[in-house]
Each structure stands twice: as structure tokens, then as C-alpha cells.
Design a protein around this ligand. Structure first.
Ligand code: UDP
Ligand code: MG
Length: 309
């Protein structure tokens, strides 16, 4: 018998917990046929609703269900990391609690692993039911990310993956604090089979990702997997040095030819404010990396556990 571990990060998902379980065990026949045992790890990310009691009910009903509850909300990335650490399986799947990652795809994902792939990943080909502006920025982000980072990040990729033990061990060997999982999955490499599916809307409850949260998350992704913005800052420095060098020559020549030293203060004000803007912008970029480094060197735990069943 081989073991499949499924990791389900939950933040205020009281309505989805049992739905998910029911959907998941619909695969039981397939599991039996393929000599697979399974364990479910619900990772409660400091939910404020009845998620924990709901999961506890399931743990009493089915010994294969486990709960890991955080002391507060640490974010989905932390929950995934905790789940990967806990999972004992030969195969490990990460899935959302809201059924946007349909458990019905699991057999197809297993087929991919049997074909010799190390990882079966999913990407949604439509963004149906999502605000247009959000889809636009999401696409821009993926384009930019793939240009500037060495980790391959596929547009529309979800965190819904089935992995072999080897891949999970590789991911666990990256104990970084700023965890941008989409990047980490791409960075570790291995042979990945992409399965496409139409976007499914979440079963119950609301998304935890506001536009602003997604924006911050995208910055996290960029600073975690690329140093291109730093190079850009340096490049801007060189451009403005050349520009001001040209200006100096221009001013000297003009003075020599026309002897007009005092006029031109409006242009001076424009140049000063432009250059200070660019300076602050570049300083901000450097600051972002410094902040990430600061959080990283503190070596704080990625999550704190309150309860484990
Ligand atoms: N989630 C979490 N911690 C958070 C936010 C979300 O564990 O701080 C979980 C959430 O319960 C869900 C999954 O991450 O199972 C995806 O969240 P959501 O459905 O809100 O994101 P979306 O599908 O809209 O991208
Ligand atoms: Mg969702």
C-alpha cells in the first residue's frame, strides 16, 4: 500500500470543510483499485469561525483525518509549508478547501505520475467569474515574473498539485521565511505535467484575497525570486548620470556662448523633482530587499502550532 497525503489549508472555511471531505472520498474506489491509502491534513490557519470544531467532528468520524491548528493567521504559504512537513505520504497533494481545486482530477493526476512525471500540476485556462481588471494585472504579473526570474511560473497555475516524496523533500529543503510557493514549485524543477481545467467558482464563503493583498503578494513574488529590480535601480542611476553629464556640458557651452547664468530656474525645479523621485523610487526598491533580508535573518518560525490531532 502507498500513502497519499492531502493538505488542505483552511482559513474561515467552516462551510466547506465537510463538503471537501465528501468530495474527496468520492475517489475511494479509485484509491482502492490502485492500492492507495490516504490521510487528510486540514491546516487551520487561525480561523475565527467554526472551522476547527468542524474538522474535529471529521477527525472523530474518520481516523484518516488530521488537524493542525495555528495560533493565529500565518497565511496560506505557511499553512502549505506546515502541511508538507506533516505529510507522511509517498504522494502529496495540495488542495484548497473551497473545492476550486476539484478532487475529481486526482485520478488523472495519478496517471501522470505513473507515466513517469514527478509532479502533476493544474492551471486554469479561463478566469471566468473574476473581475476583468484582476485578470489583466494577473496576466501582466506572470509575464513580468517569467522575464525577470529564473523560476518558471505558469500563467493561471494553481497551487493544486500532486507530487512525489522526492519533490516534497526538495521543497522542504527550502526553509525560507518569505515563502512564495508558486515560485518555489517552479524553482525546484522536476518533470511537471500540466493539466488544464476551467475555473470553478468557490463553493461557499468568500475569497480571502483582496486586490491589495494580491498586489502585495505579487511584490513578494518578485523580490523572492528575482533581483532584477535592483539591477534596474542601478541602471536608472547610470542613465541619470549620463543625462546630467550632458546637461553640465550644455550649461557650460551656453554660458560661454551667451553668458546667461541666472535664467532657467523652472527647468531646474523640474529636474530636481524628477531626479529626487527616481532616487526615492530606487531607494524604495533597495528597501524592499533589505526588509525581506531583515525578516529572513530574524529566523522566526514560519508558523506556531496551537493544536494537533
Ligand atoms: N487560506 C489560508 N490562509 C489565508 C488565506 C487563505 O489558509 O490567510 C486558504 C483558504 O482557506 C483556501 C485557500 O487558502 O483553502 C485559497 O484561498 P481563497 O479561496 O480565498 O483564494 P482564491 O482561490 O480566491 O485564490
Ligand atoms: Mg479559492
Amino acid at each position: 500500500m502507498k500513502l497519499l497525503s492531502a493538505i488542505i489549508p483552511c482559513y474561515n472555511e467552516e462551510e466547506n470543510v465537510s463538503y471537501f471531505y465528501e468530495e474527496f472520498i468520492k475517489n475511494e474506489d479509485y484509491f482502492k483499485k490502485n492500492e492507495l491509502d490516504f490521510e487528510l491534513w486540514y491546516i487551520d490557519d487561525g480561523s475565527k469561525d467554526n472551522t476547527v470544531p468542524e474538522v474535529k467532528k471529521l477527525t472523530q468520524k474518520d481516523k484518516r483525518v488530521h488537524l493542525l491548528s495555528f495560533s493565529r493567521n500565518f497565511g496560506k504559504e505557511a499553512a502549505l509549508y506546515a502541511g508538507l512537513q506533516k505529510a507522511a505520504g509517498d504522494y502529496i497533494a495540495c488542495m484548497d478547501a473551497d473545492l476550486q481545486d476539484p478532487p475529481g482530477l486526482l485520478p488523472e493526476m495519478f496517471e501522470a505520475l505513473h507515466q513517469g512525471y514527478d509532479m502533476a500540476a493544474t492551471r486554469r485556462v479561463t478566469r471566468k467569474g473574476e473581475p476583468l481588471i484582476r485578470s489583466f494585472f494577473a496576466r501582466m504579473f506572470y509575464k513580468l515574473m517569467n522575464r525577470i526570474s529564473e523560476a518558471e511560473i505558469v500563467d493561471g497555475a494553481r497551487d493544486f498539485r500532486l507530487m512525489t516524496r522526492q519533490v516534497v523533500d526538495a521543497i522542504l529543503s527550502m526553509p525560507e521565511y518569505n515563502r512564495f510557493t508558486k515560485g518555489i514549485f517552479g524553482w525546484v524543477g522536476f518533470k511537471t505535467k500540466w493539466l488544464e481545467f476551467e475555473n470553478v467558482e468557490r463553493k461557499k464563503g468568500e475569497t480571502k484575497w483582496s486586490f491589495w493583498k494580491l498586489f502585495i503578494y505579487s511584490l513578494e513574488g518578485i523580490t523572492s525570486f528575482s533581483t532584477a529590480p535592483l539591477a534596474f535601480a542601478a541602471f536608472m542611476g547610470v542613465v541619470f548620470c549620463l543625462f546630467s553629464f550632458g546637461l553640465i556640458i550644455f550649461t557650460i557651452v551656453r554660458k560661454a556662448l551667451f553668458g546667461d547664468p541666472t535664467s532657467g530656474w523652472p527647468s531646474l525645479v523640474c529636474i530636481i523633482s524628477l531626479i529626487s523621485g527616481v532616487q526615492l523610487f530606487c531607494l524604495g526598491i533597495v528597501g524592499q530587499y533589505l526588509a525581506k533580508t531583515y525578516m529572513e535573518v530574524k529566523k522566526r518560525p514560519i508558523y506556531l502550532v496551537k493544536e494537533e490531532i
